[in-house]
Design a binder for this molecule. Sequence first.
Ligand code: UGA
Length: 427
Amino acid sequence: MLISVLGTGYLGATHAACLAASGHDVIGVDRDPGRLAVLRSGRAPFHEAGLDELVRDGVASGRLRFTDDPADVADAEVHFLCVGTPQADDGDGADLSALWSAADALAPYLDDRALVVGKSTVPVGTAARLRDRLGARVAWNPEFLREGRAVRDTLSPDRLVLGVESDDDHRTLLLVYADLVAAGVPVIRTDLPTAELAKVSANAMLAARISTVNLLAEVCEASGADVGDLTTILGADPRIGRDFLAPGLGYGGGCLPKDTRAFVARARELGVVESAGLFDAVDRVNLRQRSRTVELARSLLPGGTGTVAVLGGAFKAESDDVRDSPALDVAVRLHRAGAAVRLHDPYAGANVRRERPELTVVDDVASACRGADLVLVLTEWPQFAALDPHEVGELVSRRTVLDARLVLDPEKWVGAGWDFRALGRSA
Ligand code: UGA
């Protein structure tokens, strides 16, 4: 089947490459000439495990092509909308301008055969607006991939959600995903609003879970209870489960923060005012982790300032994405407060330099830690968890470490003579 994918960010590039890998002919459409050049050369435009190989193979086989001209996708049977829907500049709602402009650019090339399938995260009701605006068949097929595991999540998802308005559209999507259906991935057929809501609800629930565990961690810190044991005990209850119970600096990235706010904004528009306040608290608790980390870090520095080795810039491990990164936020606040920040991240260094040129970014842990008054772990990279506290201790001026992601082994660090602090653990 010939398929187009509009938007080649984390979602679109991964989706296009995975569709090509399953045997479809795919054309990715984007306005960004730099990104198109990288993709056409057979590489992924960002760090994502396994994606380089898929893009390389897809481009080499001719099954995966890229263009900036929507006219090139006029013959496609299915058009996936994968453009970004960031938080609007003037409020908490979603900015849908990229979605409307991609749809309008595609409109002249649509005929009765074509099915437009939304994958972007949107406020409930958007699919129906899109259908009326285009006068075309529209379906919604939300994507639940996580950055850092995007290829794995796309090739073996937990479920396929197909929001459709007809049996024909359902059949078309089953053909698109024939490999996954044959592999036994559960398919849930539903309507357009439920499919739209599925995505944003999942992210809001994940955000609430992280803020809940961070509230519990703060109580552990104040009471001397052990947050590690507590989450093990909670996770052993099958109704609660083990995943997404890691306390620390809180959630960031291009999805959970803005989706939770957009969900609340849309709920209020729909008249669900009182209950929606639950998620205001989720957001507040989340942002509080960043302030708490900054305050604690400053309290550990002589005179509230000094040299700080910041380990981590990405919003989470296995990604080079720094959008709404808690790590970057903390680093910038410490820099503004007068600390000499030296930041290292295994993959996100270039993005940190571009987004925050005021920060000093260094290429390795040793350069960050040499002469530091405080070592701050802000992203849960396994490389940081594996650091030898004796070796790092030889580099720093003061053996003080603050683990804001709870990845270091407290016994090892204390045993090596460090003043060890962690969010969620009492001093
Ligand atoms: C999230 C969802 O998990 C995906 O299902 C969804 O498809 C995606 O958003 C999206 O909307 O496109 P992602 O933002 O890639 O995926 O990252 P997550 O793994 O969900 O992590 C989000 C944030 O929560 C990170 O900052 C992470 O460090 C933090 N987190 C995660 C915790 O603080 N504790 C945890 O236990 C888990």
